[in-house]
Design a protein around this ligand. Structure first.
Ligand code: HEM
Length: 489
């Protein structure tokens, strides 16, 4: 255990530092009489206790985190001018929070659900956050559908439980989800632990170099522990026996010095390729097949230090896809664009306007120099410095160099769907994924899907859901239909 007592000596005190005479008996009017308002210790303890919780994350509420080190293993300066990536051997401190998506704060870890992969690089040019998942794709491709999607994954307003009807109704009516759903109900849908899975940036991001040339990139973090998964039966048992299985596994591995690591790769697309690539390169429901853009190894990520206080460092940690550093920026992916707003807004609501001042969230390799001030729990860090710009007192000033390179756009504003490229369809990559699976994997995939679809109360919802898989691959659809029918009788 690395914890140190906050205060080791001296008498117990109130929050204001006055010594406490009795921490066992509250103060009453006479023996056996009512409790007095003048017992400040009692009131203070009860009031503080009532305020111990902050709102849990609306998604990804259940998670665990650890600090680590990212080391560059390949010169990438031809593609990005990000300083933390500038030379082989360079090390950057990181904090990684893993999570499940749908469950509430106290939910079990061993469930079929994507795993969150929120990685903060404390770089010398500010914090860079990569807020991805253990899956290279996602269920939807436009942020405007996210609240509806999550409502179907969470508790129904009437029953108070997750409902198969809602889940399959939404997925059936959102055929772009077929690829991610095929992934989720396959063998990788329940990782054995956070250490035994890959991480992905999922979206396409921009890298730009000193010459302001643009490249589109996708990040992959390949586990050095090997992929290990649980079957549905194993997970059902573990979730009951050890609900904190992933959190415990991560903490214990780091405590015994068995530091988990990941090999970091990127796929890189020159900007000129994007317009005519066979798939829309900014569509989050699609991967870039490796034969088109082979992954290039660029670094190593190791986790080597546990947080000392889960609430302070994990619950209050905040990650934003909008936290970029020079040389890295967003792509026009409509999901990513929505996320650029959603996270900062969630942090202001959940942790407060000064969330970025907390030790886990603030820059570690540089300092934040802003003219923002005050707000709840402001710690006075700017002392008497001027709080406006321009000023004549040597205050911080703009650099005149944007972090990323702007994109050319044409056309009228409107509710446009993301453009389709030559080989885009909602089903093509789901079909490829199915055909890549071994016979054993296909059987388990069909069984997992059928077990859930069979719980749907309406035939039309179940049939529409099955039809998406039929369109991905005829054999897939046929087997699924038969398996669902067998279960529904
Ligand atoms: C437009 C779609 C999305 C919206 C609006 C959205 C919104 C949110 C919000 C509000 C949170 C809680 C943040 C907090 O309270 O600190 C969150 C957490 C998270 N989201 Fe998303 N999300 C979206 C899509 C995605 C996608 C596509 C991924 C992965 C590829 C993802 C990965 C995560 C992760 C890993 C967390 C947990 C962060 C942490 O550990 O603190 N989300 N999301």
């Amino acid at each position: 255990m690395t914890q140190e007592a906050h205060v080791t000596q001296g008498p117990l005190t109130t929050e204001a530092g006055a010594p406490v005479a009795d921490n066992q008996n509250s103060e009453t009017a006479g023996v056996g009489g009512p409790v007095l308002v003048q017992d400040q210790l009692l009131l203070e303890k009860l009031a503080h206790f009532n305020r111990e919780r902050i709102p849990e994350r609306v998604v990804h509420a259940r998670g665990a985190g650890a600090y680590g080190t990212f080391t560059v293993t390949r010169d990438v300066s031809q593609w990005t001018r990000a300083k933390f990536l500038s030379e082989v051997g360079k090390e950057t401190e990181t904090f990684l929070r893993f999570s499940t998506v749908a469950g509430n704060l106290g939910a079990a870890d061993a469930v079929r659900d994507p795993r969150g992969w929120a990685l903060k690089f404390y770089t010398e040019e500010g914090n860079y956050d990569l807020v991805g998942n253990n899956t290279p794709v996602f269920f939807i491709k436009d942020a405007i559908k996210f609240p509806d999607f999550i409502h179907t994954q969470k508790r129904d307003p009437y029953t108070g439980s997750q409902e198969a009807d809602n889940v399959w109704d939404f997925w059936g009516l959102s055929p772009e989800s077929t690829h991610q759903v095929t992934w989720l109900f396959g063998d990788r849908g329940i990782p054995a632990s956070y250490r035994h899975m890959n991480g992905y940036g999922s979206h396409t991001f921009q890298w730009n170099n000193e010459a302001a040339e643009v490249f589109w990139v996708k990040y992959h973090f390949k586990t050095d522990q090997g992929i290990k998964n649980l079957t549905q039966d194993e997970a059902n048992r573990l979730a009951g026996e050890d609900p904190d299985s992933h959190q415990r596994d991560l903490r214990e591995a780091i405590e015994r010095g068995d530091f988990p690591s990941w090999t970091v790769q990127v796929q890189i697309m020159p900007a000129a390729d994007a317009a005519n690539y066979r798939f829309n390169p900014f569509d989050l429901t699609k991967v870039w097949p490796h034969e088109d853009y082979p992954p290039i190894e660029i670094g190593k990520l190791e986790l080597n230090r546990n947080p000392e206080n889960i609430f302070a460092e994990v619950e209050q940690s905040v990650f934003s896809p909008a936290h970029f550093v020079p040389g890295i920026g967003p792509s026009p992916d409509k999901m990513l664009q929505g996320r650029l707003f959603a996270y900062g807004d969630a942090h202001r609501y959940r942790v407060g306007i000064n969330a970025d001042h907390l030790p886990v969230n603030r820059p570690h390799a540089t300092e934040a120099r802003t003219h923002s001030r005050d707000g709840f729990l402001y710690d006075g860090r700017h002392k008497g410095a001027k709080n406006y710009e321009p000023n004549s007192f040597g205050g911080p000033h703009q650099t005149d160099r944007p972090l990323w390179v702007g994109s050319a756009v044409t056309g009228a504003t409107g509710d446009h769907a993301a453009p389709s490229h030559a080989e885009d369809s909602d089903f093509v990559q789901a079909g490829t994924l199915y055909r890549l699976m071994s016979e054993g994997e296909r059987g388990r995939l069909v069984e997992n899907l059928a077990g859930f679809i069979a719980k749907v109360s309406r035939d039309d919802i179940a049939e529409r859901a099955i039809d998406n898989f039929r369109q991905a691959d005829g054999d897939f659809g046929k087997r699924l239909e038969a398996a669902v029918q067998a279960l529904r009788g």
